[in-house]
Design a binder for this molecule. Structure first.
Ligand SMILES: C[S@@+](CC[C@H](N)C(=O)[O-])C[C@H]1O[C@@H](n2cnc3c(N)ncnc32)[C@H](O)[C@@H]1O
Length: 300
């Protein structure tokens, strides 16, 4: 059996009881180590909590070396641990399809994900549109596909969860060219970089999917002992120091419920100016008043 086990967001003890029972009986335990991190735990603390070795699985192993991971999984139990939920944001469907092709049974043991825990900032999950991800811009690669998705969400009044890039086991161009297996330290995109990249793309596209004044919420280290939230304009958050990773950013949509606003006040510098930003933003993409069809509309 291949077990895909969600670890939750922060502590080694966030694993579910069923997840822990599965880990304990597995012959090999892999930890997916490139799409997220457990903020209050480490490989070593997981090993001492489980009482067994944990093998770090980088992108290469999961995406191209999955047969090695799945070796003997038709007769033995293998665990693949994913921070958050195995289907939260990063779906490990390739691995599951490969296991099925090899006749290996698969069981998923779910856990909390950034995708649902963001509700902790007070915005209602039902009011979110498409989630987008933002990568680190380079001199020659500044992808802006998130812009159209944010536009679509905001046109129908919905909030956008923006997940931020993580770079682990990256080689510098020089090391890659020389074939040296030397890796750069991990990098995690922070709130101010994400907000600045959003503003840069708006200044190029000029379609006003959002502006400097659009209200946003910065989510830092959700589920960790130092979790924090900060609400403000996109411009304000482009200068905000959110501290240690991980960070996510939410851009509000037009449909802000009174209770959502009330909850967000806890995270603002100035309640009145934040309320003003939200009210101003509600004018964006406001639908025209509904006019019921007349008989003439049906006569042709
Ligand atoms: C590709 S997603 C992986 C999600 C994970 N599988 C889950 O279910 O939560 C990773 C990104 O989500 C966001 N994220 C994940 N956990 C977070 C947390 N605890 N606090 C803030 N942002 C988080 C960060 O932007 C991070 O780069």
């Amino acid at each position: 059996m291949l077990y895909l086990i969600g670890l939750g967001l922060s502590h080694e003890t966030d694993i579910t009881v069923r997840g822990l029972q599965a880990v304990k009986k597995c012959k090999r335990v892999y930890l997916e180590a490139y799409t997220s991190i457990l903020m209050a735990a480490s490989k070593e603390s997981l090993e001492s909590f489980y009482g067994k070795e944990v093998i770090l699985a980088d992108r290469e192993l999961v995406e191209t070396g999955s047969d090695e991971m799945l070796k003997d999984a038709d007769t033995e139990d293998i665990a693949f641990l994913v921070v958050g939920d195995p289907f939260g944001a990063t779906t490990h469907t390739d691995l599951i399809i490969r296991a099925r092709e090899l006749g290996i049974k698969v069981e998923c043991i779910h856990n909390a994900s950034i995708m649902n825990a963001v509700g902790a900032c007070g915005l209602q999950l039902y009011q979110f549109g498409q989630t987008v991800s933002m990568v680190f811009f380079t001199d020659s690669w500044r992808p802006d596909s998130f812009y159209d998705k944010i536009m679509e969400n905001r046109k129908i009044g919905l909030h956008t969860l923006i997940l931020l890039d993580i770079k682990v086991k990256e080689q510098s161009i020089e090391n890659m060219a020389r074939g040296r297996l030397i890796y750069e330290p991990p990098r995690y995109m922070d709130i101010s970089t994400a907000a600045s990249q959003l503003l840069e793309i708006e200044s190029l596209r000029k379609e006003q999917a959002y502006t400097e004044a659009t209200p946003c919420v910065a989510i830092s280290r959700l589920g960790a002992p130092t979790q924090s939230f900060k609400a403000g304009s996109l411009k304000e958050l482009s200068n905000y120091d959110a501290g240690e990773p991980l960070h996510s950013l939410i851009m509000l949509g037009r449909q802000v419920h009174d209770l959502e606003l009330e909850y967000l006040y806890e995270f603002v510098d100035d309640k009145d100016s934040f309320k003003k930003l939200v009210l101003q933003d509600q004018e964006f993409f406001k639908p025209p008043p509904y006019v019921p069809p007349t008989e003439d509309d049906f006569s042709n």
